[in-house]
Design a binder for this molecule. Structure first.
Ligand SMILES: Cc1cc2nc3c(=O)[nH]c(=O)nc-3n(C[C@H](O)[C@H](O)[C@H](O)COP(=O)(O)OP(=O)(O)OC[C@H]3O[C@@H](n4cnc5c(N)ncnc54)[C@H](O)[C@@H]3O)c2cc1C
Length: 261
């Protein structure tokens, strides 16, 4: 099997991690559940001792129109999806231009902005366990029950790329920090906002080493440059502890933490 070295301090969006040997999934026979399959590490915090890692081969980075469906390979970056849709005047993917990741990561996380989620127009997902129809998958807010590599997904094809939506999504981003992060640190608990709770317990702007719950938006755990896994975990645990003590709410991480203990 082919491997490559990835420096996660550069590759991950939160700029934490080390140089690590990663196995490349070319066919499903390469896969084994001991591996953790990564996309482009925009929602993941890599620990000092992660499990064996795998990424899809670049062969899975493609977009095609077939049988009146949009078919997108699992390794396709979100930027490529949005430029393809803009170029070919395709609707419903405008929000993806502001969501960093690969198609596999977007589908696995059911990523989205407000009511615009990747599952809205999804039809099928091709995985190492065969093709799954949307109706056969459990999904919800930043959740799916997919437990196998996503190789491709197909979507309804509708025309009419909406530039105004792109502007709307851009505006929605204005209250978020540009400092490196892995996106929202916690899922919003039902009926509330994780950012509000972090602020109320006094952690907005709290900095430990190079890591901080951003002063711009408290639910973004940002790295000022020299942040590390230990400081990130300290802040995550402190927020969970204080929010539980004050509100009896268990804050659930949206970011995926990879550490073999
Ligand atoms: C600045 C910033 C803003 C963000 N804003 C948002 C937002 O508004 N809304 C939102 O939903 N997200 C947001 N995110 C998070 C991120 O954009 C999404 O979670 C995205 O889906 C991550 O994709 P990825 O390829 O980087 O996944 P990774 O971080 O690499 O992986 C995330 C999860 O997906 C799984 N996965 C990845 N590829 C596959 C595959 N091929 N098959 C099966 N499982 C796979 C991994 O195993 C892991 O569990 C933001 C992130 C950043 C950095």
């Amino acid at each position: 099997m082919t491997t490559k070295t990835i420096d996660f301090s550069k590759f991950s969006s939160i700029k934490i991690g080390q140089k690590t040997q990663v196995t490349i999934l070319t066919t499903c026979s390469d896969y084994d559940s001991k591996y953790f399959l990564l996309g482009s590490c925009n929602n993941t915090l890599i620990g000092d001792n992660p499990p064996p890692l795998m990424v899809l081969s670049k062969d899975y980075s493609y977009i095609k129109i077939e049988n009146n469906l949009l078919k997108i390979g699992g390794a396709t970056p979100s930027g490529k999806i949005s430029s393809f849709c803009k170029k070919h005047d395709i609707a419903n993917f405008e929000f993806v231009s502001h969501l960093p990741g690969t198609l596999g990561g977007l589908v696995f996380m059911n990523a989205g902005l407000k009511e615009f989620e990747i599952f809205n127009h999804l039809k099928t997902v091709s995985t190492c366990k065969g093709i799954k129809n949307k109706e056969d998958i459990e999904y919800g807010y930043r959740f799916t029950n997919i437990d196998t590599p996503i190789l491709e997904a197909s979507f309804e094809l509708s025309y009419g790329f909406d530039k105004e939506k792109v502007e709307l999504f851009k505006k929605m981003r204005l209250n978020q920090p540009s400092t490196p992060s892995a996106g929202s640190c916690f899922k919003n608990p039902e009926g509330d906002y994780a950012g509000r709770l972090i602020e109320v317990v006094g952690l907005k702007g709290k900095r430990v080493g190079g890591m901080e719950f951003s002063n711009v938006h408290a639910n973004f755990l940002v790295n000022h440059g020299d942040g590390n896994f230990k400081d990130a975990m300290y802040l995550i645990k402190e927020a969970q502890k204080r929010v539980y003590e004050m509100f009896e709410i268990k804050l659930e991480c949206e970011i995926i933490i990879l550490e073999n203990i």
